[in-house]
Design a protein. Structure first.
Length: 420
């Protein structure tokens, strides 16, 4: 390996950004200690800002060392489709008509289950919605599940351990739940075309195992905390019932959502659909609560920073991956996913020719297995983080406790992919 000065700087900044991710509570304390500069400290304490901030430092360094043309050429070479797509899908999936449509579906299935309604809804939010992500994409599933859990569970006075256990299962289940098809999970999408993995292949080789792990994870956490969940009920007032959007608004919003999913690889199309949807929501404000534009923009900023920083990590990541055996690469990918986006790992694997089928399976399943361990491990995680963090103590999610909470569900996924 002969890395350039910029690549070395990018690796160092990437490491700094990882440490920063685990240290956001420190900046919150600094904001209280130094009120004169609390704005800056609060900004640096936002997890969604971390990678965007250090990506800016890298870009400035790039301009200073290499000059204008190489720096701008590098930025032009980056593909920002995923951050834009996640922004668009979050705004539409988080709208009131789509949320009500998903809630209607979950409540209908919940009534058919031999469980108290609060337990059934909780289980389905952690099981059915993540698996539904194989059709509507993982970012949409994360947004819907996080909003449902926020309203039904996280707003209740629950112990912090219940909330951490819930978000740990949610992140892992969304990461593995999108593998029933070839287009919904970013790590699968990176390799499906080149390796010829269609949806039938995904379902028969990977998806059914993921579905079992999703069900086990959701069932275990539901049983463990049933006594708390029975007390968590969504407050439904007469005013809220009257404000629910009509079926027509749900259908129109679902059409917009479907259009964004179908044209997920064409930013000009799905961003155009998003703009039309925003116009539609303005035209019918009685059917819409304020759109989650701020949350979606913050998540897009986070992912865009990851794209810029991650693009300079290939010089050390690819040799590490290709030096492993198929069995080692599974656990290696699971571990590496915790410190980098899992789609980046599978993308690097797709660049290598002559990989065995066993190596490919291990790389992809390892990447999705570790997708719940940290906020940066899987592209949809920042969406759930942004929606739910305000319901945790001090208004933030501790990265170390998230890792601990996701460890158990991750072990279940490992058992499913390695033993079944």
């Amino acid at each position: 390996m002969n890395p350039t000065t910029v690549q070395l700087a990018a690796a160092l900044l990437f490491a700094v950004a990882l440490v920063h991710t685990f240290s956001t509570t420190l900046f919150a304390r600094l904001a209280h200690r130094y009120p004169r500069h609390e704005g800056v400290f609060h900004l640096l304490g936002e997890v969604e800002v971390v990678f965007g901030f250090w990506a800016l430092v890298l870009v400035l360094f790039f301009f200073a060392v290499e000059g204008n043309k190489p720096a701008t050429a590098y930025l032009d070479s980056r593909n920002f489709t995923e951050p834009l797509f996640v922004f668009a899908i979050m705004v539409i999936a988080g709208s009131q008509p789509i949320l009500n449509l998903a809630t209607l579906l979950v409540n209908t299935v919940a009534r058919l289950m031999p469980l108290p309604n609060s337990l059934a809804v909780y289980f389905l939010a952690l099981a059915m919605i993540p698996l539904l992500g194989s059709l509507v994409t993982e970012p949409a599933a994360m947004t819907l599940a996080a909003l449902m859990l926020r309203d039904r569970v996280f707003n209740a006075p629950l112990p912090e351990r219940v909330k951490y256990a819930t978000i740990g299962v949610l992140f892992v289940n969304v990461s593995i739940g999108g593998t029933l098809t070839s287009f919904a999970a970013p790590p699968v999408l990176m390799v499906s075309a080149k390796w010829g993995w269609d949806s039938a292949f995904m379902l028969t080789h990977i998806g059914w195992k993921a579905a079992i792990a999703v069900g086990v994870n959701a069932a275990v956490v539901t049983l463990l905390f049933a006594k708390y969940l029975l007390k968590a009920r969504e407050p439904v007032s007469a005013e809220a019932l009257r404000a629910r959007p009509p079926v027509g608004a749900m259908v129109v919003s679902a059409i917009f959502l479907s259009g964004v999913v179908v044209f997920a690889h064409h930013p000009a199309v799905f961003m155009g659909l998003l703009l039309f949807f925003i116009g539609y929501s303005v035209a019918y404000p009685r059917h819409h609560k304020p759109l989650i534009l701020r949350e979606a923009l913050m998540v897009a900023f986070f992912l865009a920073g990851l794209v810029v920083l991650g693009g300079q990590q290939q010089w050390w990541l690819q040799p590490v991956l290709t030096a492993m055996s198929p069995e080692a690469v599974y656990y290696g990918a699971t571990a590496l996913t915790a410190i980098t986006d899992n789609a980046a790992l599978t993308y690097l694997g797709s660049l290598v020719e002559g990989l065995s089928d066993e190596f490919k399976y291990s790389l992809v399943t390892g990447a999705v297995t570790g997708g719940g361990l940290t906020v940066i491990a899987n592209a949809p995680n920042p969406a759930g983080f942004s929606i739910l963090r305000g319901n945790f103590a001090s208004g933030s999610i501790n990265a170390a406790w998230l890792f601990v909470a996701a460890a158990g569900p991750t072990l279940v996924a490992i058992a499913a992919f390695r033993l079944l």
